[in-house]
Design a protein around this ligand. Structure first.
Ligand code: GDP
Ligand code: IMO
Ligand code: MG
Length: 429
């Protein structure tokens, strides 16, 4: 069974990009299955840092073919600029190396304008989206008014579809939000140009995927966002509009569960979240500030896509157990263990207190989650710098105890731990 699905176990930014880069060493195909350029996946190789928003992080390995599945929403402008950036850095992305599903949906300036207008109208209740047009693009897809990427093969149909779409967007922008209308002709002309450049990448991915699976090639499914941002599994409406958890990989790329032998969860050694929504272990104090960092280091907790400071807190075991259960993780990978060096004590939430009761499952409703307060188990910290450690045995025993507790709590093994952003800063057990 050749498929590995890699999933964020928290609210995104778990370090999926660098873990995908690691797994891609042993993969022939790396496929994104959900989300769009709201993602920001960082891979650091020696002194080079790549921030990938839409192109799968596996692209940095020469033998890998990449796929953007039909679960993805694609902003053509951002895709082409990422291709150009990578080209300038010596990484060429010929259409033979990257296939875009003709069933994927296109993001337009109309979707981005609606995202911005909706967020601004929500005021204090805003979701804190990345304003990349993600929600409106998926809305159009689900209400069957979306623009499939395959339209780029028939320019006339594309032109008509864009005109119709921008007309609809303008009705909402003007009537609902009192905003300025967009220029449909200009956008149609822009998309006609993108179509010329993008058409060679856009294809029916099913035959190639099936061939790869039958040949036993290793296919790695790259999750974007995280389980707690899943439109079904997270705390609605403080979620994204796609399915970052395990089911999204099956429909977002198109294969059955019987092809899958590994479901890998990726979690930070603590918690972060960008945007609004409940986060019981959030720390609005000096410890939270210390976890975040000042921004002086490239790995400090500021959004890869929007630059916003991330909300930080202790590791939430309730969230992690939930993610492990709903996705069926076969193993867990822990990132940023190095950031915990030097704390006198560390906490992990093992349960919540909700209205005077102890609960050890994740409340489904936002209103409950907002009232939940963490019940912590406290650990002794370690002082040593661990960024040069490469073996389990060489970790301070306090760090090993921290990791072993997580394994016991979740009931699955922690197979790798990263101790710095660089490709080689990884401990494989
Ligand atoms: P993703 O969206 O899940 O791929 O994660 P991001 O790239 O948005 O955020 C993870 C950040 O942590 C990036 O800046 C990475 O370079 C950095 N990072 C990943 N693993 C480690 C680690 O083990 N230690 C440190 N210090 N930084 C890491
Ligand atoms: P990666 O792949 C962290 C968050 C936004 C917002 C909510 C909805 O890098 O882990 P959207 O623009 O998707 O409609 O915003 O989801 N969000 C992310 N947070 N990492 C991401 O991606 C995210 N993608 C979306 O901040 O709270
Ligand atoms: Mg990210």
């Amino acid at each position: 069974m050749p498929v590995t699905i890699l999933i964020g176990a928290q609210w995104g930014d778990e370090g999926k990009g660098r873990v995908v880069d690691w797994f891609a060493q042993q993969s022939q195909v790396v496929a994104r299955y959900a989300g769009g350029d709201n993602a920001g996946h960082t891979v650091t190789i020696a002194d080079n840092t790549f921030k990938l928003h839409i192109i799968p992080s596996g692209i940095l390995h020469e033998q890998v073919t990449c796929i953007l599945g039909q679960g993805v929403v694609l902003n053509p402008k951002r895709f082409l600029s990422e291709v150009a950036d990578l080209h300038a850095r010596g990484i060429d992305i010929a259409p033979q190396r990257l296939m875009i599903s003709d069933r994927a949906h296109l993001i337009t300036p109309g979707h981005m304008a609606l995202d911005a207008a909706s967020e601004s109208a929500l005021g204090d209740d805003a979701i804190g989206t990345t304003k990349r047009g993600i929600g409106p693009a998926y809305t159009d897809k689900v209400r069957r008014r979306g623009l499939q990427a395959g339209l780029m093969h028939t320019p006339e149909d594309l032109g008509e579809a864009i005109q119709r779409h921008i007309q609809e967007v303008n009705e909402t922008l003007v009537n609902q939000y009192g905003a300025a209308p967009l220029d449909a002709d200009k956008i149609a002309a822009e998309y006609a140009e993108y179509a010329q450049q993008l058409a060679p990448y856009i294809t029916n991915i099913a035959p190639a995927l099936l061939k790869a699976l039958r040949q036993g090639q290793r296919v790695l499914c790259e999750g974007a966002q995280g389980t707690l941002l899943d439109v079904d599994m997270g705390h609605y409406p403080f979620v994204t509009s796609s399915s970052p958890s395990v089911g999204g990989a099956l429909t977002g790329i198109g294969f059955g569960p019987t092809w899958v032998d590994r479901v890998v969860g990726v979690t930070k050694a603590f918690s972060t979240r960008v945007g609004s929504g409940p986060m019981p272990t959030e720390l609005n104090d000096a410890i939270g500030d210390r976890l975040r960092g000042t921004g002086a280091n490239p790995w400090d907790e500021y959004g890869t896509t929007t630059g916003r400071p991330r909300r930080c807190g202790w590791l939430d075991g309730v969230v992690l157990r939930y993610a492990a259960e709903v996705n069926g993780f076969t193993e867990l990978i822990l990132t940023k263990l190095d950031i915990l060096s030097g704390f006198e004590t560390l906490n992990i939430a093992v349960a919540y207190e909700l209205d005077g009761q102890r609960v050890d499952y994740l409340p489904a409703r936002v209103s409950d989650m907002e009232r939940a307060t963490p019940i912590y188990k406290t650990f002794t910290g370690w002082t040593d710098d661990i960024t040069h450690v490469r073996t389990w045995e060489a970790l301070p025993s306090a760090a090993r105890q921290y990791v072993e507790f997580i394994e016991d709590m979740i009931g699955i093994p922690v197979t790798m731990m990263s101790v710095g952003p660089e490709r080689s800063q990884m401990i494989v057990r």
